[in-house]
Design a binder for this molecule. Structure first.
Ligand SMILES: [Zn+2]
Length: 467
């Protein structure tokens, strides 16, 4: 069967990048064949290329590369908007004591339906690739939790990187994790290897990737990280963990060095590694990341709910740290909307600009962090930019609305500066339209909603049940 071909005709603006930096192309068509873009230019609809093509009228549309989410915890969608978990009234330890018993009651269905929930929200707001850091493995829930997440991604059509997380260090040795959610290093590494064998698609346009992602150095034995490095390097997959989110002093006391040096010493650093957060890193530590090519998944929105420090993005940009954006989980950010996070990322830097040693990067750079930057952080060169030969991962906004009057002269800065409240008008992933005209294509959203609510109600995490 010949590949499906699409033509987006008469796009008002396309944010394109052939590798030399983002450029806005006005009044052009985009031709898509199978999973990839084959041409961007004027008059494609009139030539022989357009024969047998499904044509979509894109008049008035701004078309962007799909957003790349580099850090999330989908399961936390089932514990959001709960007054009992109010960071402004709880210390971190009190909060952990309340939340972990809830996490430990989640079952396999919760992991599946919370993933469908988060993925649907991401897609509606222009996200086309997401990494989920799934570190919650309650013993009773079994080991098929990430398998169910791949199932959810397949259903929705999302390009999915599964960060296989886990914790090995007991509370009695200084971690914050209840015993019922611990694994041994062998269990953890064994399951990472099984998932890589079963799902990892290393080739171009791969829809499924596996990332070895022990949760945090502070909650794992040293050997867990050493074994993670050995497995990831042996199989050629990426590594991910949390760094610089308030634990550096604990790691210093335990290992005689802060987290960045500790990870580097264990080999958990380099172009095949990326860390979430990094808000407490010193400039020297940021330079270390830049030198080693280690990426950062910057999640701006925990600043609001948790009161985390605003990450020093100007310094990261000045030193050349590889940077992508993420939502983080609903325990610290109750939405799964990377479009919103992109706006926040820029606005928060403006808020504290006067306190910085380096200038805030231009608004357009924040769009690049959320797209090409995220792709680079995830170790991919086939997504994150719109150009012939790249994956057809994109979203479109019909700008012929009152919301956009006066903003249309600069598509590159529109999202960081103005923000986009409503869902986008179209999301395409790997050449397939997955969201159009307010519908998840081929799916019954009402049914998905009812199934997710039922799974939540049946679980030990249902709102109203004591924490
Ligand atoms: Zn996280």
């Amino acid at each position: 069967m010949p590949p499906v071909r699409h033509l987006l005709k008469n796009c008002a603006a396309v944010v394109s990048d052939d590798g030399s930096g983002p450029k806005v192309l006005r009044d052009v068509d985009i031709l898509i064949e199978g999973p990839a873009i084959t041409a961007i230019g004027q008059g494609l609809a009139d030539g022989p290329l357009a024969e047998g093509v499904a044509v979509t009228n894109a008049e008035g549309w701004f078309v962007y590369p799909g957003l790349v989410n580099t850090h999330h915890h989908f399961f936390q969608c089932f514990v959001r908007n709960r007054a009992e978990l109010d960071w402004t009234r709880l210390s971190v330890l009190e909060w952990l004591d309340r939340i972990y018993p809830v996490f430990s009651r989640l079952d396999e269905d919760c992991f599946y339906h919370s993933s469908v929930t988060a993925m649907a929200e991401l897609i509606k707001h222009g996200c086309t690739t997401a990494l989920d850091h799934q570190y919650c493995f309650p013993r009773h829930a079994g080991k098929r939790l990430i398998d169910r997440q791949f199932e959810a991604a397949e259903l929705l059509g999302l390009r999915f990187h599964a960060g296989r997380g886990g914790n090995t260090l007991p509370k009695s040795e200084g971690s914050t994790i209840p015993d019922a959610m611990l694994e041994t290093t062998d269990e953890f590494i064994g399951d990472c290897a099984r998932l890589i064998d079963s799902y990892h698609e290393a080739g171009r346009f791969g829809m499924r990737r596996v990332v070895v992602a022990p949760c945090q150095p502070v909650n794992c034995y040293r050997e867990t990280f050493v074994e993670s490095v050995a497995l990831a390097r042996d199989r050629g997959v990426m590594m991910h963990t949390h760094v610089g989110e308030g634990e550096s002093a604990v790691i210093q006391a335990r290992h005689g060095m802060r987290t960045v040096d500790y990870c580097a010493e264990l080999g958990f650093a380099g172009p095949d590694a990326f860390y979430a957060h990094c808000w407490e890193l010193t400039h020297d530590e940021l330079r270390t990341l830049a030198r080693s090519g280690t990426g950062v998944a910057h999640c701006p929105e925990p600043v609001y709910l948790v009161g985390a420090e605003v990450t020093d993005i100007p310094a990261m940009a000045a030193f050349g740290v590889k940077l992508g954006l993420g939502c983080d989980g609903a325990a610290s950010n109750d939405n799964s909307n990377l479009m919103h996070c992109l706006h926040s990322a820029y606005m928060l830097q403006c808020l504290v600009a006067a306190k910085r040693a380096h200038p805030v990067p231009p608004a357009a750079d924040f769009l690049a962090y959320a797209t090409a930057g995220g792709a680079q952080v995830l170790g991919r060169d086939d997504i994150g930019r719109l150009a012939p030969g790249m994956a057809a991962d994109l979203f479109a906004i019909d700008t012929r609305r009152m919301d956009y009057v006066g903003t249309r002269h600069d598509p590159l800065s529109l999202i960081p500066r103005v923000g986009i409240g409503a869902p986008v008008d179209l999301t395409m992933i790997n050449g397939r339209i997955v969201w159009r005209k307010g519908e998840l294509v081929g799916l019954d959203e009402g049914k998905l909603f009812a199934q997710a609510e039922a799974a939540l109600a049946a679980s030990g995490a249902a709102p109203g049940k004591p924490l």
